[in-house]
Write a protein that binds this ligand. Structure first.
Ligand code: PHE
Length: 336
C-alpha cells in the first residue's frame, strides 16, 4: 500500500492538461468515487492496525496534493485563456490623445524666446510674499493705494503677508541676492482684488523683465521693447511710449503698439485710436537699487512688466478673460 501511495504521489506531480476536459478526466481518474485514490481509501480497512495511523496520514496527504494539482491545472488554464483574449499583438494600438498647450503658456514661451535672444534668463519666486518684497523695497510709500485692501489680498496683517500683486517681487529677491549684471524675466501668477468679469479677474499672469548693469539707458529699454514688439506682432508693428508713473521706476512709461487688428487705422478693438497699450516700463528708481544693496552711482537699469492675458488677447482675440481659467477643452483644443 505504501509503495502504491508513493508511486501515485510521483505520478501526480507530473500531471499536465491542455484543456478543461483533460483536467476533468484527470479528476475522474484519481479523485472521483471510483478513482485510483478513492480505491486506496476503500482498501484502507485491510491495512494492519499497527500501520493504520501512518498509512492514513499518507493517504490524506496524497488526496490533498491530488486535489491541489487539479486546482492548479484549472487555474493555469483560465489564466491562459484570459491572456489570449486580452493580448492581440496584431491589433493597431489605441491612439494616445495628445493635449494642447494652454494659450497663456504658448504666449509666455514666445515672450521667453524673444527676450532669451537678448540674453534674459528666467527667475521665479513665491506667490505668497511679505510687504517688503512686493511694496517696501520697490519704493511704494506706506500710504500708497496699491497697499489697500481694495487691491491686495492680505493673508496676515502686522507684519503683512500677502498674495503678490506683481512679479516685481521676484526682481526684489534677485537684486538682493545677486550682483549685477542682472538680466532676468520673471513669469508668474499675480493677484489683485477685482470683481471677476469678462475684462478683469482676481488673478492673472505677468512677465516682468529687469536689466541692471553699468550704463544701461532708456535708449536700451526702448530698443529692447521695439525688438520685442516686432518679433511678437510682426515687422510692421510700431511702438509709442507715453509718460506714466510707477513708484519703482523713474522715468516711467506705458508702451502702446500700433493696433495689430486694423493696422493702426482705427477699429473697435483699439477704440478708434490705432494704438493698444501692452506694458509698463521705466528706468529702475535709484532708491530701489539702494534698498536692494546695489550702488546706484555705479549701476543703472530698466524694468518692464506685461500681462500675459493681454498679449494673448492681442494675438488670439479671446473675448472673455474667464476662458483662460475654466479648463474648457473646447476652448483649449483650438490652440494646437
Ligand atoms: N509692476 C508693474 C505692474 O504690475 C509693471 C511694471 C514693471 C512697470 C516694471 C514698470 C516697470 O503693473
Amino acid at each position: 500500500m505504501k509503495e502504491q501511495i508513493e508511486h501515485l504521489n510521483k505520478v501526480i506531480t507530473t500531471l499536465s492538461a491542455k484543456t478543461n476536459e483533460e483536467v476533468e478526466a484527470l479528476r475522474i481518474q484519481y479523485l472521483s468515487k471510483k478513482g485510483e485514490i478513492s480505491e486506496l481509501f476503500n482498501e484502507f480497512r485491510n491495512v494492519p492496525n499497527d500501520q493504520k495511523r501512518e498509512v492514513g496520514q499518507l493517504l490524506n496527504k496524497l488526496r490533498d496534493s491530488a486535489q491541489n494539482k487539479i486546482n492548479d491545472l484549472k487555474a493555469a488554464l483560465t489564466d491562459n485563456n484570459n491572456n489570449t483574449e486580452k493580448i492581440d499583438l496584431t491589433r493597431t494600438p489605441d491612439t494616445f490623445p495628445l493635449g494642447t498647450r494652454h494659450p497663456l503658456s504658448l504666449v509666455q514661451n514666445e515672450i521667453f524666446d524673444i527676450f532669451g535672444r537678448l540674453g534674459f534668463v528666467a527667475a521665479e519666486g513665491p506667490e505668497i510674499e511679505d510687504d517688503w518684497h512686493v511694496f517696501g523695497a520697490l519704493n511704494f510709500p506706506p500710504e500708497h493705494p496699491a497697499r489697500d485692501m481694495q487691491d491686495t489680498f492680505f493673508i496676515e496683517r502686522n507684519p503683512d503677508i500677502l498674495l503678490r500683486t506683481h512679479t516685481s517681487s521676484v526682481q526684489t529677491r534677485v537684486m538682493t541676492t545677486q550682483k549685477p549684471p542682472i538680466r532676468i524675466l520673471c513669469p508668474g501668477r499675480v493677484y489683485r482684488n477685482e470683481a471677476i468679469s469678462a475684462r478683469a479677474h482676481c488673478f492673472f499672469h505677468q512677465v516682468e523683465g529687469l536689466y541692471i548693469d553699468k550704463n544701461v539707458s532708456f535708449a536700451d529699454l526702448k530698443q529692447a521693447l521695439l525688438y520685442f514688439a516686432k518679433e511678437m506682432f510682426g515687422e510692421q508693428t510700431e511702438i509709442r511710449l507715453r509718460p506714466s508713473y510707477f513708484p519703482f521706476t523713474e522715468p516711467s512709461a506705458e508702451m502702446d503698439i500700433s493696433c495689430n487688428l486694423c493696422g493702426g487705422k482705427g477699429c473697435s478693438f483699439c477704440k478708434n485710436t490705432g494704438w493698444v497699450e501692452i506694458l509698463g516700463c521705466g528706468m529702475v528708481d535709484p532708491n530701489v537699487l539702494e534698498n536692494c544693496g546695489i550702488d546706484s552711482k555705479i549701476y543703472s537699469g530698466y524694468a518692464f512688466g506685461m500681462g500675459i492675458e493681454r498679449i494673448t488677447n492681442l494675438k488670439y482675440q479671446v473675448k472673455d478673460l474667464r476662458m483662460f481659467s475654466e479648463n474648457d477643452t473646447r476652448f483649449l483644443n483650438q490652440f494646437q
